[in-house]
Write a protein that binds this ligand. Structure first.
Ligand code: CP3
Length: 355
């Protein structure tokens, strides 16, 4: 199998970065901080760069990806860059007809519902050069980032399956959850294909220079614990096996509304668990002793005024002391109407607090 190249950032510039140390369970002098969706519509410099380019075209343009990924690092002084891409990019690279509709999200031309649909999907194999734009973007980025780690990411098989089966965003993923029970073999074939795709997308980013990886299972919170364990977790574990084969690369697992799943989400084989804003970090730490945690400022507080925000953030830092290490983040992505100056000020404030 393939291992990390010798000149990988984890073997040099990012080895002792506060983010990487925290992901490995060590407390640093400052609490590392980054924000999910830190790149994007909250930044005027992003909106002007994106004018006239469709989201998925932007994701496959290495110069644009590099600039957009660096924008929040320069502006806010966050402790990590997150690769500018989208969870549906590997589907597009595998030839699935998918578009991201502004204000809506990913939309599939042909939803995947039947045994024949899944069999056709499984015929799609990635060409050797499919990830070239991803690899090129990561190389450009790591050359610029120096000691700041780049976090690679992928959507977990279940969240991708939810989009494929529903054909687009849905509130409760009913069609996907029905397929899981109506045709378990079809479900297994779909999830197995997605697990390998997710694993390839993650390992391509890591081998090219990403220093950590986050698996987004955004919609897993809609599942019962029993369904999650039986029909979802094994495939997330399968994707992560490919990552672990590369070596000691820190991994994070995040979902929304996952209080009942935190233990199972850790057991798929990750180092760090990301927690949404509904579950206090000390409660998460009680379920996950010895596991570094990431989270979980309520995104609504970014628009609630500085005093309400710092009172809330003080509580998050305090609750985070129950974990061996804590990376401050939001409980979900940056809302598009966020004042970016609030984020810049929050990063400086977090760095001033006692970890
Ligand atoms: O800064 C970052 O966090 C990196 C980039 C990132 C994007 N998507 C860029 C993006 C990441 C990590 C994602 C992951 C993603 N994409 C998830 C998992 C995380 C989560 O939010 O739960 C999901 C579910 C998606 C699917 C998706 N893509 C949605 C729901 C949307 C929003 C559609 C809209 O317009 O409201 C997208 C589009 C998208 N992905 C944007 C960005 C910056 C907005 C596109 C634009 O600016 O026009």
């Amino acid at each position: 199998h393939q291992s990390l190249p010798e000149q990988h950032p984890l073997n040099g510039p990012t080895a002792h970065a506060p983010l990487i140390r925290a992901y490995r369970g060590q407390r640093a002098e400052t609490t590392p901080v980054w924000f999910m969706r830190q790149a994007g519509r909250s930044l005027p410099e992003y909106r002007s760069l994106r004018t006239g380019t469709r989201m998925l075209d932007a994701c496959l343009d290495p110069a644009l990806v590099t600039e957009i990924t660096l924008q929040p690092v320069r502006r806010h002084g966050v402790d990590a860059a997150i690769f500018f891409s989208d969870i549906v990019v590997p589907l597009r690279l595998a030839g699935v007809e998918v578009d991201i509709v502004p204000g809506k999200g990913p939309v599939l031309a042909n939803p995947v519902r039947t045994a024949a649909d899944v069999a056709a999907l499984r015929e799609r194999t990635l060409t050797d050069d499919a990830f070239d734009p991803i690899i090129e973007s990561v190389r450009l980025l790591t050359a610029e980032l120096g000691t700041t780690p780049l976090i690679g990411f992928a959507g977990a098989p279940f969240t991708l399956a939810a989009y494929l089966v529903e054909g687009g965003p849905s509130k409760d993923q009913l069609a996907a959850r029905a397929l899981m029970h109506a045709q378990p073999d079809v479900w297994a074939d779909l999830m197995d294909w997605l697990a390998d795709l997710t694993g390839s997308f993650l390992t391509a980013q890591i081998r090219a220079g990403a220093s950590a990886a986050q698996l987004f299972d955004s919609w897993a919170g809609g599942l019962s614990l029993a369904d999650y364990r039986a029909s979802v977790a094994p495939y997330s574990a399968q994707a992560l096996t490919a990552v672990r084969a590369l070596g000691d690369v820190p991994t994070v697992h995040f979902g929304v509304g996952t209080r009942h799943l935190l233990g199972a989400m850790h057991e798929v084989g990750v180092d760090v668990v990301g927690v949404d804003w509904r579950t206090p970090l000390d409660e998460a730490a009680a379920v996950l002793p010895d596991v570094p945690l990431q989270g979980n400022i309520d995104p609504a507080l970014l628009s609630a005024g500085w005093s309400a925000l710092t009172t809330h953030a003080t509580g998050v830092l305090e609750a985070g002391r129950a974990a061996p290490a804590h990376v401050l983040n939001l409980g979900h992505g940056v809302p598009p109407d966020t004042d970016p100056e609030v984020l810049t000020r929050l990063v400086a404030w977090v760095h001033e607090q006692q970890p």
